[in-house]
Design a protein around this ligand. Structure first.
Ligand code: SF4
Length: 436
């Protein structure tokens, strides 16, 4: 056995299709790994779709390989070879019996196998490579862009440490990157030394936190997204007019915690069931607002229920679910019809990311969420022909690029950027960071 066997086994061989006819082999793995293979040694070849693998046109009338089943061909063989033009054959007896796909068409999976525990891999045929539909719009929204830029500038201008009340945005990679630069994320104002710089995250804070920050003499940079601030304003206005506000959102989310702190008597509604049962002091004076990152469909179902119960229900003048959330959700809804799996980049604590996962699943396709491309398991997509790829509003574009690169390397995927709604929203930097 050759000493450099491991390196040579990394060789990847392009497999374009399997043909019924014998073609003179170009590549003989016996030579690659320098093993004197005897007929009768086991080679384990995973050939998806090779339903009738053993029934194909044998050119020499030799016996069929042993143990051939729909998805797996275990051939007692001496060789796995490819021909000059990329045709693939497994040859149990002297390079003469090709493993065949069901209809003589292209092999539609990776071929993987091992010689004596050494691994080799043949790239999938062109017909098998997943086609990525890259959603648009995706990734950073204007609020996240502004918040990230604010912290970046704050660190540059004030130096480390800069304290951040809550995570700046709900993305692990961004948070870890800023931590390395000296940002300190905390949910407790008491941990922040008096007089220090503190940044409020895109999700906003309650008035109580603002007051406490003043008392601690903290130097505040407020990076709350203006669309979250809009919901705070609405809630205050409804309270001023004597309305009970029903806030549709998810308990414990930073944004919801901040809004609930704006007035007494705000009631959180998380689902239709709660909307059906909620009690209010005056059914004539009920209003609703919503968290900015909800699922449009779920939210509409709740509002519909509330309208039946409270015919005079008041709502915001313009939708609270923000433009970025809506656009990303609509893109996923449209593309999910054409895809047979979805891959969503974003963190588990990102509300808008998790809504994208749910929307893809509701469309009937499996949806996988990753923080980073390393988390991709190629097995997820072995049967995938068309893959929807998108990212939540707090996931940076570099992760999308790295994910595509990985899918290309691992699965031979191709990528097609899809058209989508153009977003021109931009928020100015907060006071204290913008131009003088
Ligand atoms: S998702 Fe919407 S509300 Fe949230 S930060 Fe982005 S633009 Fe603002």
């Amino acid at each position: 056995m050759a000493a450099d066997i491991g390196n040579r086994l990394d060789t990847q061989v392009q497999v374009k299709r399997v043909d019924r006819h014998w073609i003179k082999p170009k590549l003989d793995l016996r030579k690659l790994i320098d093993i004197d293979m005897d007929v009768g040694k086991l080679i384990d070849v995973d050939v998806e779709g090779a339903r009738n693998a053993g029934n194909s046109n044998r050119t020499d009338g030799a016996q069929r390989p042993a143990n051939i089943s729909r998805n797996r061909a275990i051939a007692r063989t001496g060789n796995i070879v490819t021909s000059r033009d990329g045709y693939a054959h497994a040859s149990p007896f002297g390079l003469q019996t090709p493993i065949m796909p069901p209809s003589g068409g292209p092999v539609n999976s990776l071929l993987r196998g091992s010689f004596f525990g050494y691994y080799f891999k043949l790239k999938p045929s062109a017909a098998m490579r997943p086609r990525i539909l890259l959603a648009n719009p995706r990734g950073f929204c204007a609020g996240v862009e502004m918040a990230v830029e604010s912290l970046d500038l704050a660190l540059e201008r004030f130096g480390a440490p800069v304290y951040v009340y809550h995570f700046i945005v709900h993305n692990r990679i961004i948070v870890e990157g800023f931590e390395r630069r000296g940002a300190v994320f905390t949910n407790e104002l008491a941990r922040i030394p008096k007089g220090a710089h503190v940044l409020f995250s895109a999700h906003g804070v309650s008035p109580e936190i603002r007051t406490a920050s003043q008392e601690l003499n903290l130097r505040v940079v407020d990076a709350t997204c203006p669309l979250v601030t809009k919901v705070h304003r609405e809630v205050r206005e409804f309270a001023r007019q004597g309305y009970t506000t029903l806030l549709i959102g998810h308990a414990g989310h930073d944004e919801v915690v901040g809004i609930l702190g704006e007035a007494d008597g705000i009631v959180l509604i998380e689902n239709v069931n709660q909307a059906e049962r909620v009690r209010v002091p005056d059914a004539e004076k009920v209003a609703y607002t919503t968290q900015t990152t909800l699922s449009l469909d779920d939210c509409n179902a709740i509002i519909k229920t509330l309208r039946v119960r409270f015919p005079k229900l008041r709502g915001p003048l313009a939708d609270d679910i923000c433009y970025a959330t809506q656009n990303r959700q609509r893109a996923v809804q449209a593309l999910a019809r054409m895809a047979d799996a979805a891959l969503i980049i974003g963190s588990r604590n990102s509300s808008n990311t998790m809504r994208l996962v749910e929307i893809a699943e509701a469309a009937g396709i499996p949806a996988y969420r990753i923080d980073v491309p390393d988390e991709i398991n190629p097995e997820w997509f072995r049967r995938t022909r068309t893959l929807l790829l998108t990212s939540g509003a707090s996931a940076p574009e570099v992760l999308v690029k790295d994910t595509i690169a990985r899918l290309k390397t691992e699965l031979g995927a191709t990528c097609e950027e899809q058209p989508g709604k153009r977003e021109l929203v931009h928020f100015p930097l907060p006071q204290g960071l913008g131009p003088p």
